[in-house]
Design a protein around this ligand. Sequence first.
Ligand SMILES: Cc1cc2nc3c(=O)[nH]c(=O)nc-3n(C[C@H](O)[C@H](O)[C@H](O)COP(=O)(O)O)c2cc1C
Length: 319
Amino acid sequence: MKIGNLNISTPIFLAPMAGVTDYPFRVLCKEQGASVVYSEFVSAHGIIRENAKTWQMIEFTDFERPIGIQIFGDSPEVMSKAAQMVVDKFSPDILDINYGCPVPKVTKRGAGSAALRDLCLMDDITAAVVESVPKVPVTVKMRAGWDSNSIVIPEVGPRLEKLGVKAIALHPRTTKQSYAGEADWALIKELKKSTSIPVIGNGDIKTPDDVMRMFEATNCDGVMAGRSALGNPWFFKQANALYHGKTPPPSPSILEKILFCRRHFDHMIKWHGERIGTNLMRKHFGWYIRGFDGASPYRKALVCAPDKKSIDSILDSIQ
Ligand SMILES: Cc1cc2nc3c(=O)[nH]c(=O)nc-3n(C[C@H](O)[C@H](O)[C@H](O)COP(=O)(O)O)c2cc1C
């Protein structure tokens, strides 16, 4: 699969996830074989204001390449300026536009999936961003429409292609649906038929087998997984093995999972500092420490533990 000039040999992507896909998580998924990783979505307004926290969300290391930085915003001018600033300062491999966020705080301002209600705005933002970063492939991640009466697939496929977009990732739920119901993979297939740029299917990939099922059912060029990687970065190793016709390695034992969790925690503290890193890690503990007898008390203790020392001793006590 190619996105612009970027060659992707195993097209299994880590989905952008706000509050999750920071450096520590991306690096673990990358190690485990995620071919392309994305930043969390980053506000274009925050970027052009040079907000320090916003800039920190964009920082990445060469190990993570190829990486996409995802931006969101409501105005073509602000989005194009932000895209240019990101490319000038960080040189990501992909600049991704978010047309999928269903959160009212974002859509009320006309950003994220609000563009699905106004395809002229989508055209204007997309054209402005593509024009502002001619050397970097611009991709789009979107939902299927605002609600079930206004599905924009397949109409947007040729439209975005004509504007110079180099790939589309589709999470085929509507904004109104949020996460309810099922992702409608038939829409991924429809989008793929409508355009010659690569289509990355997303939504409800729960197991490595689902990756292969999605390739077969939709004819998509790449598959993007989000929630299945939470507390489970080795998902990518297993999915990659299947993709290459090999037997997937077994899931790690509890003790191996704890080792993973510790490394994740170490990265968190190095990247974010002890206080913030510890706080941000709590939800990950909830995701790692599950699926074995007696997990629940450990999970509860980890989520409430006040500091690194107490977290380390809880992790030590898991046998
Ligand atoms: C915690 C969380 C945060 C998310 N943040 C983003 C985001 O910043 N940008 C984006 O495009 N999608 C975001 N998403 C949506 C995912 O990228 C993905 O489209 C969705 O979870 C469906 O894929 P899945 O079924 O594999 O999880 C987020 C999802 C979750 C669960």
